[in-house]
Design a protein around this ligand. Structure first.
Ligand code: XIL
Length: 371
């Protein structure tokens, strides 16, 4: 008896320990921690779709349950000539998502950037109409039932909420917006259709987005959701503006997705005044302050920023369908080359060695505290 009494605390520690181990196995990934809240996605590069790096690949399926192609489904890659589509990589992307039981998002059908050169030559409305019909119908029909949601139109608005003078607006007028959504719904009536943009959590662009979606719907188009790209900064946008946007969009019956989340820790050239806004900063130490490592103080700021954003997302989890990071790890981020080439940025939850950063633990901790 004495012996048992002696070993009882040890035994209970062992049992507790193994329960904890089981619990932590279940919860030590973003996708498992946020299961039941919203999908946690990532953008995949061509190399990641081709499963080139085994370590990256296992991190992707461990942590994420939704995928977006960072580039390869954009029109210049998928539709390089008028009568030529190239689905080699997009087929692999969809197969990757199916194999790993992931939510598959299509990015993007109608966007003024990364157009194939032949598309930039389109001048008249008949030709543009024919392009839109062929492009949207061919791609959406091909992946009908496989792709779960589409960015039908990307970045149609200016920051003041007016319509961007894109090649689509210039040739077709604003009816191109409703037409795009109608064509997509016709090709796959069940797939979720999104309008996606950046800065659309800011008041003027938010109003513009709401107007755009109301007009598309009034013209008979189906819009299921709004994508807020969420290329954000340490200090802005405010949590209040993000919250107002979630509420305003969901009041229209829209699903809200954060589609391209990353947080830059570097100075932005356009925050500087006057002559500072030019390419002279390229490569300058002032614009690339952390080429070797991120100081602890900024690492902590980034972790706190991510925690406050995810706290808000959890508060409104019933309105949020998906939160997707724009890349798997810092080494892959487009923010190393934009808006200035060749900098070292630290915008994501995993570092270049694929190690979880402080920001990763701060996002995970929000769920652990509650359980
Ligand atoms: C970016 C990619 O990350 C880069 O690799 C590419 O060179 C340019 O496009 N908004 C979008 C995304 O909708 O498609 C963009 O992705 C980032 C801004």
């Amino acid at each position: 008896m004495k012996l048992i009494n002696h070993y009882l605390p040890l035994l209970s520690l062992f049992i507790l320990g193994s329960c904890n181990a089981q619990k932590s196995e279940k919860t030590t990934s973003l996708k498992n921690s946020y299961k039941g809240d919203f999908y946690i996605g990532t953008a995949l590069s061509a190399d990641q779709i081709n499963e080139k790096n085994v370590k990256e690949d296992s991190l992707i399926h461990k942590e994420f349950n939704a995928i977006t192609a960072e580039n390869i489904m954009k029109s210049m890659f998928v539709h390089p000539a008028k009568d030529k589509y190239d689905f080699t990589l997009s087929d692999k992307f969809v197969a990757y998502g199916k194999k790993n039981k992931m939510f598959i998002h299509g990015h993007t059908l109608i966007w003024h950037s990364q157009l194939a050169p032949w598309m930039e030559q389109i001048k008249d409305s008949a030709e543009m109409k024919a392009f839109m019909k062929d492009h949207i119908t061919t791609i959406v029909s091909k992946y009908k039932g496989s792709i779960n949601s589409w960015d039908v139109v990307n970045e149609a608005l200016n920051d003041d909420g007016t319509l961007r003078k894109s090649i689509f607006l210039n040739t077709l007028g604003e009816s191109y917006l409703a037409d795009a959504f109608k064509l997509a719904a016709k090709a796959d009536p069940k797939v979720d259709l999104y309008y996606n943009d950046y800065n659309n959590e800011a008041p003027a662009k938010r109003e513009g987005t709401i107007n755009l979606i109301k007009k598309v719907r009034a013209a008979g188009g189906k819009v299921d959701g709004v994508g807020i790209q969420a290329h954000w900064r340490l200090e802005s946008p405010s949590i209040e503006e993000i919250e107002k946007s979630i509420l305003a969009y969901s009041a229209l019956g829209l699903k809200v997705a954060f589609t391209e989340l990353d947080i830059t820790v570097l100075p932005n050239p356009w925050d500087l005044k006057g002559a500072d806004v030019n390419q002279n900063f390229e490569g300058s130490a002032k614009m690339n302050p952390y080429p070797k490592a991120l100081p602890d103080s900024i690492q902590t700021k980034l972790a706190e920023r991510y925690a406050s954003i995810f706290k808000l997302f959890l508060k409104h989890k019933d309105k949020i369908s998906r939160v997707t990071f724009w890349g798997v790890h810092d080494g892959q981020s487009w923010l190393n080359d934009w808006p200035i080439k060749g900098r070292t940025n630290y915008p994501l939850l995993f570092d270049t060695k694929l190690k979880p950063k402080k920001a990763y633990y701060s996002v995970m901790q929000l769920k652990e505290v509650k359980q």
